[in-house]
Design a protein around this ligand. Structure first.
Ligand code: NAD
Ligand code: UD1
Length: 334
């Protein structure tokens, strides 16, 4: 039985599908602060298999211990946390509380119940400003905003825990830019309010919820002047988690990139989404967004070697699947 914190969220719900499809049993632990329980009904519909649900907060160690022991958990996938860079600058204490304290309580609950395998959602943001590209796992770590610093602190806490007790199995997964949705169109990303991220915003323009996209800068040092990122299909990402979990049968601690290795510009994404949706995406060029960098993408060799995993879905598939979810659920789960 795998405890999935934040399992009702965007990436967590897709990971639940991947886990159930791989024959694992799942208990989701989520406070639904940024998600809907409906996502879990959909996960069960996709897989034709039930999962258990515990409503709770990851800062509640007693509730975690109860869930871990009552469900006989052998491992944890830890997605629960807050993820907006912008909000983390405005509310750093909230980010340290939910992300760092939440992870700390979770590790204590695991230690108390003898569960020693954890897969953790980190982010490429821990690399900070690129000193070279692609980012390899050896790239210096220097987060440049509170959200990134919470991820870095948690990574260090996990590494320290493994040094103190090498019987733990710890997989730190550094995600690049997850987009897309399960091919069924039943689950997907459902951001609250105005989306900050590119693809959810583009999808809402295509469906008519927003008039136009703002492109934050076209004077970057990239082939077409717009920002370049490594977009990865959320189901490829989810499959990467299952591969990482399997490795933890042997105690070890590793940090690995989950990306495709390919960079796409904002204009590439717009063109691919227009083709997938058959809708125009009108846009305006605006000044750069503070904190944005020209380009970054993943080195993928280590993931291929270590996990025997590779992202296989194209940008076209990411946009087609994202559009299927958006067009069949114009208002998300609401
Ligand atoms: P999400 O907001 O969709 O999912 C997070 C889930 O955790 C939600 O279901 C939310 O209700 C739950 N949650 C939040 N705080 C909680 C708490 N204190 N106790 C219990 N549950 C709580 O986000 P996501 O995009 O699925 O991201 C999942 C993880 O991956 C996060 O840790 C995020 O930082 C990390 N990550 C995301 C991205 C991305 O682009 N989406 C990139 C890199 C890393
Ligand atoms: C952002 C976060 C990053 C986080 C990631 C999650 C910042 C600075 N970084 O990354 O820490 O892990 O989200 O996916 O917030 N763009 C537009 N118009 C928009 C939105 C985005 O032009 O309305 C451009 C951006 O300038 C960027 C690209 O699209 O070049 C991707 O942006 P976004 O989806 O927000 O992701 P990141 O900035 O890479």
């Amino acid at each position: 039985m795998i405890l999935v914190t934040g399992g009702a969220g965007y990436i967590g719900s897709h990971a639940c599908v991947a886990l159930l499809s791989a024959g694992e049993d799942v208990v989701v632990f989520d406070n639904f602060s940024n998600s809907s329980p409906k996502a879990l009904d959909r996960v069960q519909a996709i897989c034709g298999k039930p999962l258990a649900v515990v409503e709770g907060d990851v800062r509640d160690q007693a509730a975690l211990e109860k869930a871990l022991s009552e469900h006989g958990c052998t491992a944890v996938m830890h997605f629960a946390g807050l993820k907006s860079v912008q909000d983390s600058v405005a509310e750093p204490l909230e980010y340290y509380d939910q992300n760092v304290i939440g992870s700390h309580r979770l590790l204590r609950a695991m230690r108390a119940t003898g569960v020693r395998k954890i897969v953790f959602s980190s982010s490429a943001t821990v690399y900070g400003t690129p000193q070279f590209l692609p980012y390899t796992e050896q790239h210096p770590l220097k987060a440049v905003n509170p959200y990134g610093r919470t991820k870095l602190v948690i990574e260090e806490m996990l590494r320290d825990q493994h040094v103190s007790d090498p019987s733990w199995g710890i997989a730190i997964l550094r995600y690049f830019n997850p987009v897309g949705a399960h091919e069924s169109g039943l689950i997907g990303e459902d951001p609250k309010g105005v989306p900050n991220n590119l693809v959810p915003f583009v999808a809402q323009v295509a469906i008519g919820r927003r008039d136009r996209l703002n492109i934050w800068g076209n004077d970057y040092n990239t082939p077409d002047g717009t920002g370049v990122r490594d977009y990865i299909h959320v189901m490829d990402l989810a499959d990467g988690h299952v591969s990482a979990l399997k490795l933890l049968d042997t105690p070890q601690c590793f940090a690995v990139n989950l990306g495709t290795g390919a960079g796409s510009s904002v204009l590439d994404v717009i063109r691919a989404f227009e083709a997938a949706s058959g809708r125009p995406i009108p846009y305006d060029i605006k000044p750069r967004r503070p904190g944005d960098i020209d380009a970054y993408y993943a080195a993928t060799d280590y993931a291929t070697r270590l996990l025997g995993w590779k992202a296989v879905r194209s940008l076209e598939t990411m946009c087609a699947d994202h559009w299927r979810w958006q067009s069949s659920n114009p208002n998300g789960y609401a």
